[in-house]
Design a protein. Structure first.
Length: 223
């Protein structure tokens, strides 16, 4: 009898462990350059948040962190990507807690956001902590301009994050993202001012369009 109870407890703990691992691991994501976030997203918009509502699968009878959603009503200001799949975005959906990868957006101020998200099979725009979401005013002028055209031009390129030496490209379409190594932050010059663009010979390199900062490990010649 004791063995049966022990086996039941072990099985229960295993199931709980697997579920928690999935729950926490679901929000595991690598740092992304804005160009990477742009290229991997289905939808990229500039918008204000005008409302918030909890969408419950069981009509609000109980809170379900796995299935409930927060629905944010948005006022779209501009769409940078996704025109062919969705003409305008009225709502975005996210998990109800940060532990489930949900994001909290400000509904009480006039903050404008850059939102990158994915379209679900039901047509809903889904956003989470692994998406690039930032107040518009925190973007540099270069990032704002690159959203219009240049990031799209570089979607055939690959941005590889460099953390330690040695660090080198593994393919001609690679751009090394060295901000973490040279500036000790992922929000350095390459993140703020550069895009990785394909050149006429098929290779990719960082491009700013103006005078680039003097940093090592950057191929900064124009395409």
């Amino acid at each position: 009898m004791r063995n049966s109870g022990t086996r039941f407890l072990a099985s229960s703990l295993l199931l709980l462990s697997l579920r928690v691992q999935h729950f926490v691991g679901g929000c595991s994501c690598s740092p992304a350059h804005l160009q990477q976030a742009f290229c991997s997203a289905d939808i990229v918009i500039r918008a204000k948040i005008s409302g918030k509502k909890l969408i419950s699968e069981d009509n609000g009878e109980s809170f379900d962190v796995y299935n409930d959603l927060i629905r944010y009503e948005v006022k779209q200001i501009k769409m940078f990507k996704g025109f062919e799949r969705k003409k305008t975005v009225q709502f975005v959906y996210t998990a109800p807690t940060s532990a489930a990868c949900g994001v909290t957006l400000n509904t009480t101020s006039k903050v404008q956001y850059l939102l990158t998200g994915h379209l679900g099979s039901d047509g809903r725009v889904q956003v989470g902590l692994c998406n690039y979401i930032l107040p518009w005013e925190e973007l540099t002028l270069s990032q704002r301009k690159n959203l219009n055209h240049r990031y799209q031009m570089g979607c055939d390129c690959r941005i590889s994050t460099c953390y330690t030496l040695p660090c080198s490209v593994s393919a001609e379409n690679d751009c090394l993202w060295t901000d973490r190594l040279t500036d000790k932050t992922l929000n350095g010059p390459q993140a703020k001012y550069f895009s990785c663009i394909k050149r006429s010979d098929g290779s990719c390199s960082w491009y700013r369009g103006g005078s680039p900062p003097e940093k090592e490990f950057m191929d900064i010649s124009e395409p």
